[in-house]
Design a protein around this ligand. Structure first.
Ligand code: SAM
Length: 244
C-alpha cells in the first residue's frame, strides 16, 4: 500500500533489523536515507537493491515535496543511519508535511539507543526525559543542564566519545551526585555500561576516556530529606523556647 513508511534500523547489530523493516525496504520504490552510503550497507546485508534519495530536514526545498508526492501513490521509506528516524535524526518535517498533505504514514518500530540504554541502566523508567545532545559550547551547555536540574524524571542524553569527559564534568557540576549510567556501543562488539554517581563517572572517564557512541542516563533528583516528626517537634520546641 502506498504511504510514507518510517523504518527503524539497527543501532549496531544488523541482526536487529525487523522482518517488517526488511519487507518494507524490499517493497519500497525509493528509500529516503540520511546517508546513502550507510544505508547501502544495510541493503547489501539484506540482499536488496532499491533506489535511494539523500534526505535531511534541511534538504533542498524540492526534495521533501517530491518525496511526499511519490508517497501518495508509492511506497516511500524513510531510514536514518541508525535506530529510529526522527529521534535526534531527520524526518520530523517530512512527517509533518506528509500529514498535512493527507499522505498515509506508517511506522515500523525498532531499535532506539535511548530506550535500549534505559533498559541497561538500572535507573527508574516510569518517567524519563529524552534531551538529545547537549550543546557543544560550555555556556550553552551549562544553561541546558540548569534547565534539566529541576526535572523530576530520569534524564537520557546522547553523546559522542570525544565530548564525553567534558559533558560528564558539566553534568556532575550542575546536577550533583545523582546515580547515572554510561552505555556505549550498545549491541556492538565493545558494548559496555558503567554505573556510578555523576562525579564518579566523570572521574572515571577523565582518567580513561571512552570512544564510540554513548548514551548517558541520569537518575531523577535525589529526594530532599524530609524531617521526621521528632525532628520537627524538637525544632518547634526550640523555636518556642527562644520566643519566650
Ligand atoms: N535515531 C537514533 C536512535 O534511534 O537512537 C539516534 C541517532 S543520533 C544522531 C546518534 C547518537 O545516538 C549517538 O551519538 C549516540 O549518542 C546514540 N547511539 C546510537 N547508536 C548507539 C549505540 N549503538 N550505542 C550507544 N549509543 C548509540
Amino acid at each position: 500500500e502506498p504511504g510514507l513508511y518510517i523504518v527503524a534500523t539497527p543501532i549496531g547489530n544488523l541482526g536487529d533489523v525487523t522482518r517488517r523493516a526488511a519487507a518494507v525496504l524490499a517493497a519500497a520504490s525509493v528509500i529516503a536515507a540520511e546517508d546513502t552510503r550507510v544505508t547501502a550497507k544495510l541493503l547489501a546485508h539484506l540482499g536488496l537493491k532499491v533506489p535511494m534519495q539523500a534526505y535531511h530536514d534541511h534538504s533542498a526545498e524540492h526534495v521533501r515535496p517530491a518525496l511526499i508526492a511519490r508517497a501518495a501513490h508509492e511506497v516511500v521509506a524513510l531510514v536514518s543511519d541508525a535506530g529510529t528516524p526522527l529521534i535526534s535524526d531527520p524526518g520530523y518535517k517530512l512527517v509533518r508535511d506528509a500529514r498535512a498533505a493527507g499522505v498515509r504514514i506508517v511506522t515500523l518500530p525498532g531499535p532506539c539507543a535511548a530506550v535500549a540504554a534505559l533498559t541497561l541502566a538500572g535507573l527508574p523508567t516510569d518517567r524519563f526525559l529524552f534531551a538529545g545532545f547537549l550543546p557543544a559550547k560550555a555556556a550553552a551547555r551549562a544553561t541546558a543542564i540548569a534547565e534539566l536540574a529541576g526535572v523530576r524524571a530520569t534524564l537520557v542524553l546522547y553523546e559522542s566519545g570525544p565530548r564525553l569527559a567534558e559533558a560528564l564534568a558539566a553534568l556532575a557540576d550542575g546536577l550533583g551526585p545523582r546515580p547515572a549510567a554510561i552505555s556505549r556501543e550498545i549491541t556492538k562488539r565493545f558494548e559496555e555500561t558503567l554505573t556510578g554517581t555523576l562525579p564518579e563517572l566523570a572521574a572515571a572517564i577523565a582518567e580513561q576516556p571512552r570512544k564510540g557512541e554513548i548514551v548517558i542516563t541520569i537518575g531523577p533528583p535525589l529526594a530532599a530529606p524530609v524531617a521526621d516528626e521528632a525532628t520537627l517537634d524538637a525544632a518547634l520546641q526550640a523555636a518556642l523556647a527562644t520566643a519566650t
